[in-house]
Unconditional design. Structure first.
Length: 207
């Protein structure tokens, strides 16, 4: 999709709007109207779409710092068109996760999940990240709930499908290890309780 460099957009917004106003004042409204209209259209597009697309393109290059800086140029996230707002929160969540700010990332991802996303691929990306967060926190049942949601989505991208399969395997393995650890802990507890229930060893009589 064609995009205008954000700094060029800012320049055009100012030049066209102010230039159109100046032309209208000097020569009449209709001389400046096309410039004002184009400047206003660029401004409205910036307000409703933000810098989500260009930030996502930068993120794909691996430069998270530049992507974060570009996304932060969005004027007001709450003014974004609903789909772009969902993408905005999804990108913010991904950025927070990459910076090890897990709790913050989870908040943003939950916000994105609550909004309208165009395809099941985007929904799956969010569910997968939330499932990973829950699994890393040891909340296996909640991770499994996200996994069930994932399996109900019609994912078409092979990369996401592979990630879901890998996560499913890792979760089953992690659950097996956790169950084994719990069984070992229960056995140790039983052994300790038996030792306690048997009472303390009597001391031999002192002579």
């Amino acid at each position: 999709m064609f995009t205008i460099n954000i700094h060029l957009r800012f320049a055009l917004m100012g030049i066209l709007t102010l230039g159109g106003i100046a032309l209208s004042a000097a020569f009449g409204f209709w001389y400046g109207f096309p410039f004002i209209l184009f400047g206003v259209a660029l401004t409205v597009g910036y307000v409703l779409l933000g810098t989500v697309q260009s930030a996502a393109e930068i993120m794909q290059t691996g430069d998270m710092a530049a992507a974060t800086k570009r996304l932060n140029l969005t004027l007001k996230p709450e003014w974004l068109y609903v789909t772009n707002r969902a993408y905005y929160f999804m990108l913010k969540g991904t950025m927070a996760m990459s910076d090890k700010r897990t709790d913050e990332g989870e908040i943003y991802l939950n916000k994105a999940q609550a909004l309208k996303l165009p395809t099941d691929n985007e929904k799956a990306m969010i569910e997968l990240q939330l499932a990973s967060i829950k699994a890393n926190k040891g909340k296996i049942k909640e991770a499994e709930a996200h996994l069930r949601n994932l399996k109900q989505l019609k994912v078409t991208e092979s990369m996401i499908k592979n990630q879901i399969e890998e996560f499913d395997k890792a979760l089953k393995q992690n659950k097996g290890q956790l169950n084994a650890a719990n069984r070992m802990g229960a056995m140790r507890g039983q052994m300790m309780s038996r030792g306690g229930a048997g009472g303390k060893r009597k001391r031999p009589p002192m002579r």
